[in-house]
Design a protein around this ligand. Structure first.
Ligand code: NAD
Ligand code: TYD
Length: 347
């Protein structure tokens, strides 16, 4: 297949691009190269014969039409988005513009392309979304594909809106769409302002490790390369019009997760001043902080045969080792605007 991947210079998109090329697909990586992007994430495939990069913005319909006409993709995997909840609290406008308006323009460009090719049944528009659209769970229960939408942050509200647009384009125009909603990802190339890299890099620097509120919020973590494999599975074998909840079955409170990472670092890089966990510092909570996310991944497991390949402990150890081995990658990103500053506390 020739797959147009949007957001392929970001964290998950780049894992999808690397995996798709390794699987023998041709890939057109379309990315606006915002603060969150890094072309080094795809350096390992940049010279592959099936790879092309297009510097374009999904809000720019003219540019999108040009990319579709030039490359004639068989499928779209749509990952381009503004993604950081904390940034969405400080500046929601960019989230509405990219996640809602940008998805609208991409749907229209994809529809025009699909119609111009005679509406092929095998075409796919795969919209990559988040479990955060379902809101916040209490102590029990899991999100499924049938959970009612209840987004509570500007980020999740903008992703929910984009999910609705995608389903509407499927129902109204017959565009062959598929949607996936995944839990929190972690792993190599995770941008250094998200929780897990923040913990690793602050611990290595001997700086305070900021834990929001009391650290009791629970997330369900999935290794990014397992997510990339799930996404390619959904693209190729998912049923048109269906959605798939994707998760690792790895629930952990933030405080437990941070302590686990500190323990791995104690092993890899012992600190003379004491255990890394001594650096944990409770800071003011995120406004509207969702208490718990957890995914019931029965459908993708039973219908498509996908399951994660690594446990959380294995994945965290790999991730810590990757950051220890790739200081050049993250050092270059630490100078970017906002990185290292407390974001999202000002509401
Ligand atoms: P990221 O922030 O690391 O990467 C986003 C990429 O999109 C960047 O390369 C950026 O340059 C690009 N982009 C942003 N605005 C653009 C625009 N207007 N036009 C073109 N490109 C643009 O994000 P990520 O964590 O890799 O997430 C990718 C997708 O997966 C998002 O849609 C996100 O909602 C979804 N998702 C993320 C997670 C997670 O834990 N990170 C979990 C579930 C779903
Ligand atoms: P984040 O990586 O921003 O993902 P999301 O909010 O989309 O789940 O944060 C993960 C969790 O970690 C979330 O509950 C907020 C919390 N957090 C901290 O406690 N400290 C931090 O410095 C950051 C960035 C997040």
């Amino acid at each position: 297949m020739k797959i147009l991947v949007t957001g392929g210079a970001g964290f998950i998109g780049s894992a999808v691009v690397r995996r798709a090329i390794a699987d023998g697909h041709a890939v057109v990586n379309l990315d606006a190269l915002t603060y969150a992007a890094c072309l080094d994430n795809v350096a390992s495939v940049a010279e592959a014969p099936g790879y092309a990069f297009e510097h374009a913005d999904i809000r720019d319909r003219v540019a999108l039409d040009r990319v579709f006409a030039r490359h004639q993709p068989d499928a779209v995997m749509h990952l381009a988005a503004e993604t950081h909840v904390d940034r969405s609290i400080d500046g929601p406008g960019a989230f509405v513009e990219t996640n809602v308006n940008g998805t609208f323009h991409l749907l229209e460009a994809a529809r025009a392309h699909w119609q111009s090719r005679g509406r092929p049944e095998g075409f796919r528009f795969h919209h990559v979304s988040t479990d955060e659209v379902f809101g916040s769970l209490g102590a029990t229960g899991h999100f499924t594909e049938d959970t009612p939408y209840d987004p509570r942050s500007p980020y999740s509200a903008s992703k929910a809106a984009s999910d609705h647009l995608v389903r509407a384009w499927g129902a109204t125009y017959g565009l062959p769409v598929v949607v996936s909603n995944c839990s929190n990802n972690y792993g190599p190339y995770h941008f250094p302002e998200k929780l897990i890299p923040v913990v690793i890099l602050n611990a290595l620097a001997g700086r305070p490790i900021p834990v929001y509120g009391d650290g009791s919020n629970v997330r369900d973590w999935l290794y990014v390369e397992d997510h990339a494999e799930a996404l390619l599975t959904v693209l190729q074998r998912g049923a048109v019009g269906r959605s798939y909840a994707i998760g690792g079955g790895n629930e952990r409170s933030n405080l437990d997760l941070v302590r686990t990472i500190c323990a791995i670092l104690d092993d890899r890089r012992p600190r003379t001043a004491g255990p890394h966990a001594d650096l944990i510092t409770f800071v003011s909570d995120r406004p509207g902080h969702d208490a718990r996310y957890a995914i019931d991944a029965t459908r993708i497991r039973d219908d498509l045969g996908w399951r994660p390949s690594v446990t959380l402990d294995q994945g965290l150890a790999r991730t810590v080792d990757w950051y220890l081995d790739n200081a050049k990658w993250w050092q270059a990103l630490l100078d970017r605007d906002g990185v290292g500053r407390r974001l999202g506390a000002g509401a």
